[in-house]
Design a protein around this ligand. Structure first.
Ligand code: NAD
Length: 375
């Protein structure tokens, strides 16, 4: 069975789908692993390191795509072009928003697995790329904000005077938000956070941060543990209640997302105007609609003297660790479905992980929810 790991075509992508250690694991399962030449260039990892791990280095990608049984990638690909029928393709796929691409994969009879759809169950935790990448993104958000802030984060008592700790407000305390809280605390900031899921309060407090209490009435969470969409009245109430915390914060990090839907708009232009000039806002939802009015995906804008970062690849700021974790997620996924006797990947559709993540198969869109969206 040939597993192919091509380079990511996006010029600004710093991560790779697998480090040599992940390749070694796949080779150990008995797969023939082919890696595109210069796969590790952005991380200064040369071809020889992949060869030592057991990979074959390939340069003729048209031929390699045409022969591959399983393709492992990171970002959503442009389409299934060049893949033979029956190929299994594993990557981010953005299946809720890019239905046209999903249709292309179905038409090409490629079995597309979407890593963001891997169910967040206990058994699938080690394959959960959303969590591994969000955790690093949360860390990076604080580091990037700190680098732009004109102040230091910790309190400093010096003969020249005392510097007060800076104030960080974090909106949304899921995987990314909790890691951002922990990072900002470690850097000595005073941290406050809010999330619509009440269960999060204790987790926020256990990290030493203050939980902002806002009574929004019924909010709750879905069976999958995700936040439910708020009503316009609840959003308005939330915005008003967060006003003070936003105005006094030096750094605001917004991580509020709704799975499969656009992110809620939580900070208005008027609220940005209330912030101290020189403050920094990181909108971690900039790529899915944006939590902050005026934020732009992958741009740094200044409004009312406030710097707003819309970086959609914050995990890519720590590309080695992000690649290591993503490659490990992929390796664990492949291992879970690996038939050791026959040395091949088995597309066991009855497995709940495959049922959740398989979007197209055998010429059809097979994922229940995505199929409904296509209609
Ligand atoms: P996410 O990225 O979809 O959202 C980030 C956070 O934003 C969430 O905490 C959400 O509640 C919050 N949010 C949404 N709307 C908001 C609003 N209006 N105001 C403030 N906050 C808002 O979420 P995530 O980080 O991917 O995690 C979602 C859930 O999945 C969490 O409960 C997490 O613990 C759970 N999870 C479980 C597993 C597992 O069991 N294997 C793994 C990962 C995550």
């Amino acid at each position: 069975m040939i597993i192919l790991i091509p380079k990511e075509p996006q010029a600004n992508e710093t991560r790779v789908p697998a480090l040599p250690e992940a390749v070694k694991k796949l080779v150990g399962l008995g797969a023939t692993v082919q890696v595109e030449s210069d796969l590790g260039k952005s991380l200064h990892i040369d071809n020889a390191a992949y060869e030592t791990a057991g990979a074959e280095i390939v340069t003729d990608m048209d031929a390699a795509f045409g022969k591959a049984d399983l393709v492992l990638r990171l970002n959503k690909p442009a389409g299934p072009e060049g893949l033979k029928e029956g190929t299994i393709h594993v990557s981010y796929l953005d299946p809720f928003l890019d239905l046209e691409n999903v249709k292309k994969f179905a038409a090409a009879k490629v079995s597309a697995v979407s890593v963001e759809m891997i169910p967040r169950t206990t058994i699938a935790q080690k394959m959960d790329a959303l969590s591994s990448q969000a955790s690093l993104a949360g860390y990076s958000a604080v580091v990037q904000a700190a680098a732009r802030l004109q102040r230091s984060l910790p309190m400093m008592m010096t003969p020249a005077g005392t510097l007060a700790p800076c104030k960080v407000f974090i909106i949304g305390a899921g995987v990314a938000g909790l890691q951002a809280i922990a990072t900002a605390k470690r850097m000595g900031a005073r941290v406050e956070a809010f999330d619509t899921r009440p269960v999060v309060e204790e987790q926020v407090q256990s990290l030493g941060a203050k939980f902002l209490k806002i009574d929004l009435g019924e909010t709750g969470q879905t069976a999958g543990g995700y936040a439910k969409e708020l009503t316009p009245e609840q959003i308005a109430k939330q915005q008003e209640a967060m006003g003070k915390a936003i105005a006094k914060a030096d750094i605001v990090i917004t991580t509020a997302k709704l799975f499969g839907r656009p992110a809620p708009r939580l900070i208005t232009d008027a609220q940005l105007a209330e912030m101290q000039p020189g403050s920094v806002v990181v909108d971690m939802a900039a790529g899915s609609g944006g939590n902050v009015e005026g934020s732009k995906p992958n741009e740094e804008v200044v409004l009312h003297g406030v710097t707003i970062l819309g970086d959609t690849n914050l995990e890519g700021r720590v590309p080695y660790d992000a690649s290591q974790m993503y490659g490990s997620n992929l390796g664990n996924f492949v291992e879970h479905f690996w038939n050791k006797e026959e040395k091949k990947f088995e597309l066991r559709r009855e497995d709940e992980i495959m049922e959740g993540a398989l979007i197209t198969h055998d010429g059809e869109v097979v994922h229940k929810v995505i199929k409904e969206r296509i209609g």
